[in-house]
Ligand binder design. Sequence first.
Ligand SMILES: [Zn+2]
Length: 261
Amino acid sequence: MEGSTIRLLLFSGGLVFFLALELLAPYRESSVSKWKRWANNLTLTLVNSFLLQLIFSSAIIATAMYVQTHKMGILSMLEAPSGIKILVTVIFMDFMLYVWHLLNHIMPLLWRFHRVHHSDLNMDVSSTSRFHIGELAISTAIKICIIFFLGASYMGVLIFESAVLLCTQFHHSSLKVPKWFETLWWILFVPPSMHRIHHSVIIKERDTNYGAILSIWDRILGTLLINADQKKIRIGIGAYPKPDKLNFHHLLAMPFTKPVR
Ligand SMILES: [Zn+2]
């Protein structure tokens, strides 16, 4: 099976799985209409997955294959078992994603695009793919450069792409997760409560917890925030409180409208 087909299957499987779990054990009641949010998020998802599947994902996987066959980049110069190269690829790409996410918050131009993701007024698995196409395009170009530079392992890229997909679906989901599991998961990975803080309307809470798969980058680089009152977290961006101003066409135009924090 082709890498991009696996990605599509994992993506839709994960989406349906977490949507069903959220309906069974929701973390909290929605404050705005779930159906309206789903209509917007799932429209963006459909457009994005179509683009992702057709162009971005195929480009990433094809680059990884090209780099490995032509022995390019740093890893190809090192004599190491393929298992180590896979592990280094997954860990390094997760770190790069952390850096990219941080830049999206501190660089005004990138924030214009990334705010589309943060403007969601509730957070659930459908928020996972609520991204502006512009952000996806820029991040794909950067990912391709990283794969070349690192000489990423093909298998490593496949594993990374799949892991990042399922991990981000999980940490965006509005799930009641047992406390013991959250505590354990938080040691190495990103549980929903950690990412919920990142989606807070309070800017100093939002500018923390950038991790996607591993939580260690936030821990090491001092951007981890654990102690926030989970019950009081309001999701979204202060400047966009109205759901009727957050329809599909508003989201598409958002990067080109006035800057807000
Ligand atoms: Zn963010």
